[in-house]
Design a protein around this ligand. Structure first.
Ligand code: GDP
Ligand code: MG
Length: 312
């Protein structure tokens, strides 16, 4: 990602000292494992808080946030450098339009990412949504079809609007676990993650509160209702996923132009051909040959030959 402007990460100095030191420690952990760059792709439906989350993590108003207007058409990359570490965050337009996945938007995102590497996917949605529906499944399916199922090994589910009072008198933690479980269930279906793929059951879910009215602790850090300082927490989880041993996704031509990367049955095509050749074409050829051979003999010979065929 050399082409875009990499600026000094001044936003990190805007965080309270407690957050700053935790972030620098995490960046240090990454560098120790030879990870000096992280490319973070942010995706999800419109209006869920993708751009706000980018700004919260960077600590600057780097990308436009809007309550009413539709988002821009193009992805935006924000690159920041701190103590020899480069953070590239790619904010994308929402994928749903008029109740369907907008294929054109998806195509623009794929072209934008061509020849780039995705280290982390932040799949963003709201905590205060009470139902999952087919649209969620469609967005997840579109991401999976575009970048392959393995992108979910590098994913975090991010739930915004975390500062809420759960409905029906539910405990916060109970509501959070119900909401995350129902979203993860749809995610596993949309991403075609099988029951035996244990990793599919360990996709982390993190909470985010982008509002300026987010509560703070004594160290002036923004906190969740359970007291967790959420910015260090999301960066910590990103670090864990980056170091979980799975591979980053390289977006090459083959991936975005080739057939669906999840259709593994394409490997069976030669086997199907071989099967057809030996079990269908060959027997038909044999049958035709024997028919021709029979036809070549005069009818009286076939009648007279009986069991002991005479040869001339
Ligand atoms: P995007 O379309 O997914 O990029 O969403 P935006 O980041 O533009 O946010 C859409 C609206 O939701 C804006 O009015 C934001 O201020 C608001 N918003 C985003 N995240 C949060 C959050 O965590 N809490 C609250 N209260 N509002 C949020
Ligand atoms: Mg946006």
């Amino acid at each position: 990602m050399a082409s875009q402007l990499v600026r000094e990460w001044v936003g990190i100095q805007q965080f309270p000292p407690a957050t700053q030191s935790k972030l620098l420690e995490l960046l240090g952990d990454l560098k120790q494992q030879d990870v000096n760059t992280l490319n973070i792709l942010v995706m999800g439906k419109s209006g869920v808080g993708k751009s706000s989350t980018v700004n919260s993590i960077i600590g600057e108003r780097a990308v436009a946030v809007s309550a009413f207007q539709s988002e821009g058409l193009r992805p935006v990359i924000v690159s920041r450098l701190s103590a020899g570490f480069t953070l590239n965050v790619i904010d994308t337009p929402g994928l749903i339009e008029g109740g369907y996945v907008n294929d054109q938007t998806l195509e623009i995102i794929k072209r934008f990412l061509l020849d780039k590497r995705i280290d982390i996917l932040l799949y963003v949605d709201r905590l205060d949504a009470y139902r999952v529906d087919n649209m969620d499944k469609q967005v997840i399916k579109a991401i999976t079809d575009s970048f392959g199922k393995d992108i979910w090994r590098r994913a975090l589910v991010v739930l915004t609007h975390a500062q809420l009072s759960p409905p029906d008198g539910l405990e916060y933690d109970v509501f959070f676990s119900k909401r995350s479980e129902s979203l993860l269930k749809v995610l596993r279906v949309g991403a075609r993650i099988k029951k035996q793929d244990a990793w599919g059951f360990n996709i982390p879910v993190v909470l985010v509160e982008n509002s300026g009215r987010c509560n703070k602790n004594q160290s002036d850090e923004k906190i969740l209702p359970n007291g967790t300082a959420w910015i260090p927490n999301i960066v910590k989880t990103i670090t864990e996923v980056a170091l979980n041993g799975s591979k980053s996704i390289l977006v090459d031509r083959k991936l975005i132009e080739g057939p669906n990367p999840n259709r593994q049955w394409k490997e069976f095509i030669p086997v199907i051909f071989a099967f057809q050749y030996f079990f269908i074409i060959k027997p038909i050829q044999r049958a035709i040959k024997s028919d021709i051979a029979k036809e070549a003999k005069p009818a009286w010979e076939l009648r007279d030959s009986g069991g002991s065929s005479r040869r001339f």
